[in-house]
Structure formats: structure tokens, C-alpha cells
Design a protein around this ligand. Structure first.
Ligand SMILES: Cc1ncc(COP(=O)(O)O)c(C=O)c1O
Length: 444
């Protein structure tokens, strides 16, 4: 390698070269304006020129333990040096230990895991398990959801990212959520469950293998289910022999202040999918966990599913070390207590800024919905769209060194669980100033 090629690229150079030779996801390429990132540590990342950002979205709601934790870095390095890869028909120490560790922290009698590369594949394999276990083919999913971008997972997805992939996987039936957007609000639990049961009846319960739902909906609005909803879904699934599949790819691993969001409601799903926080994204890994009786089914029957990187030793070693960090640093408890502070800070924003139509959070999983009027609750940007004001708010955050996701009429508050109260307050001070931009667009 010449010294020329070793010279680090400037921010502008690396953006230009990246854009020239790689395709950005979910985007028209001319509209993409990436932040160049050179390094990261804790709750921060830096551009090559040294501009510092607070990572207020944990990248993609996934770097839950914060950036650059040496314990995970070392575990990855050690595993690569010792055994970088073994095929899925082998048994390895990280795979053995990770399954046992996950069995300890997942709810109820979930104690067998199928390991994948990421979240979408965890959901793909959950569908396979549900279909092969029940012998049925339909899968219920909700509209306000994202389950991944592979062919099956994008068909399960309810949000507009699904549209371009249609016609998708056969047998997926979407149902309405208990939440209908900021203007129409929430159903009460009884109504939401009655609507779900009506759909089950109309579709024919004997045709439905599973119901997949994000326990707390992520990108589509940090939608915390009304009390009794998940217990009611559990009861309906049990009544009709439908597998309850909780997608905790985003909500799992302490994000909501519990290991898994289902733990808030003491519900045990039949299948539980995870990724992101499992390794804090240091390397890719996903998994689907299953209850014991589902695993038993595959004792004598073949499980038809596989991946070259199933149970990848480096992914499993990273996950084990990451879970060790959650436990050693008591990050689940910390998310709960810092989450209580974040709830207050969100309430203060709502009290002060007329453009805040709603602010929702659970643990360190939070979102603000912006409106043009508190009377009509007209969103600051239309469904699946943007507006001048939302774009200006995004530019302000970037200029001030606060990285978070701005989507439609919402923005997210999902910092790494290691954030301190002082750091949280600093970030909210930037948000507080930014909301003056959207307040100016409020009509009454
Ligand atoms: C709830 C949920 N499920 C599934 C996925 C897909 O995971 P991946 O992108 O790792 O395939 C995501 C990704 O954002 C997600 O938020």
C-alpha cells in the first residue's frame, strides 16, 4: 500500500467517494447528505475534521451500550484471533454460552434460539417457525410497523416502505393498530382487541400461523400499547392457536428500561425476535427465541431454514460481551432511571412549545410529534412526507452537533443507555432552542 492510499480521507472526500460507489438505502441518491464519521466513543461520534456529535439516536436505535466499549472490542478481537468462523453444523463455545445466557434473560420458557445476521432475518425465520409449527400459512401484522427489508420481512412491514416491494409474500394480512395518528389518537384496549378478534374471525383462525407485532412500535412512532392490550393479544393468540411473535429488534435490550419490552406487561410471546442491541451493533447478529414446546416440535421434524452465518462465532462472542456490559454496568436499571428524567424533560418541552403535539417515551425510547396547531393537531409534515419546517429543524440539530432521526412530523430521543443526566440535559437544551423554528409555524 502506498503512503498516498493510507492518508485518511477528508470528510468531503469520503462523502464524495462513498456516494460515487455505493447506493444509500431508502433514498433518491441526489438527496443524500451523509455525515462523515471517523470515530466514536461513549455517546459521541466525530467527523474526520473533529466536529463532535451527540449520538441521540444510538445510530439506528442500536448502539445501546454506547460506542467503543473496550470489553466488547476485546471479545471480538479475541474471537477473531481464536476462531473467526465455523459453519452452522459445528458447535462453538460462544454459541453454546450465548444460548444459555439468552435463556436466562428472555421471558418465560423461551430458551432455544436460532441465530441470524440481523433483524429482518430473525423475522423471516420466525415466520418459518410459525408456519412449520402450526401447519398454517397466514401471518397477521400491523400497519404502523417495520419488520425489515428482506422479501418476507418487508411484506410484514406495514409502513410505506412496503409499497415498492408489492406484490409481496403471500398470506400476510395487515390489521389496524390501537393508534390512528395524532389527530384520531388511541383506541381503548377493548375496542382494539375487538377489532383484532373480528379480523381473526373474518380471515379464519385455522388459517393463521402467527401475529407479529413490535411490542413497543419503534420508527412508526414509539407507540406504547395501552395497558391490557398485550395481555389481550396473548389471550387471543392462545384462544385461536396463533403464535404471538414479538419483534423486539428495536425495543429489546434495555431500550425501554427492561431487558425486553414485553417484561413491562409480564407477557410471554411464543417467538421473540432480536438484533440491534444484542451486540449493540458492534458486529451484526440477530436471533429468534422460541418457547420450549415450539423447540420440541423440531426434535423429530426438520427445521427448514439456514444461513451461512447462522451462529457466527464473532457475532455470538460480541453478544456475550455486550450482555456482560448491560449486567456489569446495570444499564437496564440505568435506562429506567435516566428514562424517568427524559420523561420530565419531554413534558417540559410539551409545556413550553406550542408546536409539540405529543411527546411519548418509555425508558430511553422517546419521540416528539410536531403540529401546526394544538387545536386541530395538524401534523407539521404530512404522512410519509416532510416540510420546510421539519427540514429546518433537522439542519439545526446537525449544525448544533445533535444527531437524531427526523421523520415525517416527528423526531426521536433514543440516546445510548450510558448517557448521564447532565449529558441528557445538554441535548434537551439544543432541542429546546431548535423547537423555536417549528413554534414559528404554529397558527393558533
Ligand atoms: C422493529 C424492527 N424489526 C426489524 C428490523 C430490521 O432489522 P435489520 O435492519 O437488522 O434487518 C428493524 C430495523 O430497524 C426494526 O426496527
Amino acid at each position: 500500500m502506498t503512503s498516498e492510499t493510507q492518508k485518511p480521507l477528508s470528510g468531503d472526500e469520503l462523502v464524495a467517494l462513498t456516494k460515487k460507489h455505493s447506493l444509500y438505502e431508502w433514498s433518491a441518491q441526489s438527496k443524500v447528505d451523509p455525515i462523515p464519521v471517523a470515530r466514536s466513543k461513549g455517546i459521541h461520534f466525530w467527523t474526520p475534521e473533529g466536529k463532535r456529535f451527540v449520538d441521540f439516536n444510538s445510530q439506528l436505535m442500536s448502539v445501546n451500550i454506547g460506542h467503543g466499549d473496550e470489553r466488547v472490542v476485546r471479545a471480538i478481537q479475541d474471537q477473531v484471533a481464536k476462531l473467526a468462523y465455523a459453519n452452522p453444523f459445528m458447535a462453538t463455545e460462544p454459541r453454546a454460552r450465548l444460548g444459555a445466557k439468552l435463556a436466562e434473560i428472555t421471558p418465560g420458557d423461551i430458551d432455544v434460539f436460532f441465530f441470524t445476521n440481523a433483524g429482518a432475518e430473525a423475522n423471516e425465520n420466525a415466520v418459518k417457525l410459525a408456519r412449520q409449527f402450526t401447519g398454517r400459512h397466514k401471518i397477521l401484522a400491523r400497519y404502523r410497523s417495520y419488520h425489515g427489508a428482506t422479501a418476507g420481512a418487508i411484506s410484514l412491514t406495514g409502513d410505506p416502505r412496503r409499497w415498492a416491494a408489492e406484490p409481496g409474500m403471500a398470506g400476510v394480512v395487515h390489521v389496524l393498530d390501537p393508534y390512528h395518528g395524532i389527530q384520531r389518537g388511541w383506541d381503548d384496549t377493548a375496542t382494539a382487541l375487538a377489532n383484532l378478534e373480528e379480523t381473526i374471525q373474518l380471515e379464519g383462525p385455522q388459517t393463521i400461523a402467527g401475529f407479529i407485532l413490535e411490542t413497543v412500535t419503534g420508527t412508526n412512532g414509539i407507540l406504547v400499547p395501552p395497558d391490557g392490550y398485550l395481555q389481550g393479544v396473548r389471550d387471543l393468540c392462545t384462544k385461536y392457536g396463533i403464535l404471538m411473535i414479538c419483534d423486539e429488534v428495536m425495543a429489546g435490550f434495555g431500550r425501554t428500561g427492561e431487558w425486553f419490552a414485553v417484561d413491562h406487561w409480564k407477557v410471554v410471546p411464543d417467538l421473540l425476535t432480536m438484533a440491534k442491541g444484542l451486540t449493540a451493533s458492534y458486529v451484526p447478529l440477530g436471533a429468534v427465541g422460541m418457547r420450549r414446546h415450539i423447540a420440541e416440535h423440531f426434535k423429530d421434524k426438520v427445521f427448514y431454514g439456514g444461513l451461512t452465518y447462522n451462529s457466527h462465532p464473532v457475532g455470538c462472542a460480541a453478544a456475550l460481551a455486550t450482555i456482560g456490559v448491560y449486567q456489569e454496568d446495570r444499564l437496564i436499571e440505568r435506562a429506567r432511571s435516566t428514562g424517568a428524567v427524559m420523561k420530565q424533560l419531554l413534558a417540559q418541552l410539551a409545556a413550553k412549545h406550542p408546536s409539540v403535539g405529543a411527546a411519548r417515551s418509555i425508558g430511553l425510547f422517546g419521540l416528539v410529534e410536531l403540529v401546526r396547531s394544538r387545536k386541530t393537531l395538524e401534523p407539521m409534515a404530512p404522512f410519509n412526507g416532510t416540510s420546510e419546517e421539519m427540514q429546518a429543524l433537522g439542519r439545526f440539530f446537525r449544525q448544533e452537533g445533535l444527531y437524531t432521526m427526523v421523520r415525517w412530523n416527528t423526531f426521536f430521543t433514543n440516546p445510548p443507555l450510558v448517557i448521564t443526566e447532565a449529558q441528557l440535559r445538554e441535548a434537551f437544551e439544543i432541542i429546546d432552542r431548535g423547537l423555536e423554528i417549528t413554534d414559528r409555524a404554529v397558527r393558533d
